[in-house]
Design a protein around this ligand. Sequence first.
Ligand SMILES: Nc1ncnc2c1ncn2[C@@H]1O[C@H](COP(=O)(O)OP(=O)(O)O)[C@@H](O)[C@H]1O
Ligand SMILES: [Mg+2]
Length: 364
Amino acid sequence: MKGCIISQQSLSSRWIEAAMKNYFDSVDSFNLKDIEECLEQGKMTIMHKGKALERYDCVYIRGSFRYANLLESIAAAIEDECYTPITSRGFTIGHDKILNMIAFALGKVPIPRSYLFSNVKKAKEFLEKNANYPIIIKIPNGTQGKGVLYADSYASASSVLDTLSALRQPFLVQEYVESGNSDLRVIVAGKKVVAAMMRRAKIGEKRANIHAGGEGEPVLIDDKTKEVAVKAAKSMGASICAIDILYGAKGPVAIEGNLSPGLQGITRATKIDVADEIARFLFEESKNFMENKNGTATSKLFKELGITPVKANQKTSFVSSLNFKGNNLLIPKEIFKECNFNSDDEFEIFTDKGYLEIKKLPKD
Ligand SMILES: Nc1ncnc2c1ncn2[C@@H]1O[C@H](COP(=O)(O)OP(=O)(O)O)[C@@H](O)[C@H]1O
Ligand SMILES: [Mg+2]
């Protein structure tokens, strides 16, 4: 299996690259700055220093919001061909805090109540009458606490909004969640939480980001919080990401997803080899992805070659290899299309050593 990582080659990305080498047969690492992409009718070509990229089984794409369009289009070009843990849509959502909240809301993820307005005047009208202070105002692109503004009164909210208006910044108004000036940083890989830490804001600071001076400490999170993190990651189309969660009076709420989280702080705080967890997940998922893809390709090929399944005792028999996804067996539609199996049917399953038979039970 051939793996690839495209990133800004930060220390965290280099850790993941090194860990991937323990699982994949080979791993190429490219600097995002040296990547170009050519878009044509029905065709997108990714190039590294002018040379088209070869085919990989897995490409892990990382990079900051400054490269959002490039990251999105790299994923779009290859996501059907190889395993990419973050979908192209995921990059669009993940690099915009407002789209992020919309995806969470749509994905039924618990979030702080948030408001969008057509303009600053309307926002002020609302804040004058309805808001409980403090409130949070967020702009689409800021990381490390820089896109998050805190206002403890109508007067301060109003002046923040005037500044944003002058800068022509879109914004979102959000309920402030009292969480003891701390937040949870949770790393998700697929359906699993890999590591979690609690970050406390430094004295006099409302934002708990490590870059804003916050400290990380290991924390055991409950099942509800894990569920919020996994659901949040899924809602934004990211199989690997960090979800920031506030634990308020109403329980855990997701405030943000990060597609290229730094690993130093969380590795130091939890002593978990997060890079290794990510690399192993990438390998397993890539294997599943390629097996699935090849399985579908094989049945297509059979059809194209005109190989007809044999009929014996009224039963049709096939000779084929089978696809496993994790512990589950996947059977291509090609094979069972004559069986009239539907997802709401009941089945009787007979097994023996080296034998499996599935019979649809009649509906009564
Ligand atoms: N609704 C909120 N209520 C209280 N604190 C918040 C809220 N949203 C953000 N914060 C604080 O600000 C920090 C940064 O917010 P976040 O949305 O994660 O943006 P980023 O980390 O990209 O700057 C959070 O870690 C948290 O401490
Ligand atoms: Mg954050």
